[in-house]
Design a protein around this ligand. Structure first.
Ligand code: SF4
Length: 375
């Protein structure tokens, strides 16, 4: 079995084993996780359900008898599952996975306390890997042929290695300078952590991708306060101003308790004013154990309507970004047949060998991305 894998593999002599890494960040995520576990339980002899859903009381109750729910911090899960399965087989760490990008975890957990968020309860407080371990993994991944490295975690800006005097900006600079790393991205960053030092590291490290995902959640100060997000709409705008040429994407919670039409309108305006090009919109659902567990004041139909409007705006802003790229050239990392991503993480459609970085010129638009030819 793959230590950190989500997909199952056949295990000779031990029957089929599936590990399903679940999510509980929204009510919908729990439903989908339960469906995924149930599907796996029909086709595998043993199923291990891990991840956030396994740590939320009751979220994975009542599943099939061949399902084992494995709670606990993420660091201990591979050993816990492997210990239960028994010594079978592992993909050797030197194995070259057929991927163009590698996701390297630098920290886990979160010590913030956003009113709607269950993550600190199920993932625990923030803790970081050592800088040495992270950098060694990146060296190994680059050696395996991964061209792009994505630094991941729950709250990346909280990354600290005090003994080695590392914070995120220094990690970005050193990771980006590792031979073989052609592109480096952050999976996401809280706006509170976008400071001069990080902006300088992003700008001055040549391999850093011109893309940043910065969760907004709301563009209304009253809603942001109620969410305990610790910034205002104006601060969000000001923090992103030095990155105006980056391709900026975000998350928004729609229908948080107390969000009225005017507050939602301010969110739409801020998304546009901040130069965001893609919004992941999540209808609010109360999560057990959170500060707003008992509050859900916006009607489902209103949430759906706001969600649809936000998605429509997101589509329009993506299209504008893509249009602005027509006639420009960029290096496209081809990650599947006929498609890849430019340096700013816009999708470019062109032919090229999967895993190759192809110099390309944007020549037009389609529904799925920017039409491009080799330059
Ligand atoms: S910063 Fe993110 S993970 Fe942490 S509590 Fe807030 S929404 Fe949740």
């Amino acid at each position: 079995m793959r230590r950190e894998g989500r997909r199952s593999v056949g295990v000779e002599g031990a029957g089929d084993v599936a590990v399903v890494n679940t999510c509980c960040v929204t009510h919908e995520a729990v439903s989908k996780s339960r469906q995924a576990v149930s599907r796996a339980a029909r086709t595998h002899a043993r199923v291990y359900a891990t991840g956030c859903g396994a740590n939320l009381n009751g979220a994975l109750d009542g599943l099939a008898e061949n399902v084992s729910v494995v709670p606990g911090p993420s660091e201990g899960l591979p050993a816990a599952v492997a210990g239960d399965v028994g010594a079978i087989a592992c993909i050797r760490s030197e194995h070259r996975l057929e991927r163009t990008r590698a996701f390297v975890k630098i920290q886990d957990g979160c010590s913030f306390s956003c009113a709607f968020c269950v993550i600190p309860l199920v993932r625990g407080g923030t803790r970081s890997r050592s800088a040495a371990a992270v950098l060694a993994e990146i060296v190994r991944r680059a050696g395996q042929g991964h061209r792009e490295i994505v630094l991941t975690g729950v709250n990346l800006g909280c990354f600290r290695d005090r003994e080695a005097s590392f914070t995120l900006p220094r990690l970005v600079r050193e990771a980006g300078a590792i031979p073989g790393v052609e592109r480096l991205r952050l999976s996401s960053i809280e706006v509170n952590h976008v400071d001069d030092e990080l902006v300088a590291a992003l700008r001055e490290t040549p391999t850093v991708s011109r893309h940043l995902h910065v969760p907004l959640q709301s563009g209304d100060d009253g809603v942001l306060r109620a969410m305990a997000r610790r910034y205002t709409a104006a601060q969000y705008l000001a923090k992103l101003a030095p990155l105006a040429d980056f391709n900026l994407t975000t998350d928004v919670v729609v229908g948080f308790p107390g969000e009225d039409g005017e507050a939602f309108g301010r969110t739409l305006r801020l998304v546009e004013d901040a130069g965001i090009t893609k919004v992941h919109a999540f209808p609010y659902s109360p999560r057990p154990g959170t500060a707003t567990a008992a509050a859900d004041t916006v009607a489902p139909a209103v949430k759906r309507e706001r969600n649809a409007r936000l998605r429509a705006l997101s589509d329009e802003l993506s299209r504008r970004r893509w249009e602005s790229r027509i006639g420009t050239t960029d290096l496209v990392l081809v990650d599947r047949p006929g498609r890849g991503y430019a340096d700013d993480y816009t999708p470019w459609l062109l032919d090229g060998e999967v895993g190759a970085l192809v110099p390309a010129r944007a020549v037009g638009l389609s529904e799925d991305g920017i039409l491009a030819v080799a330059a």
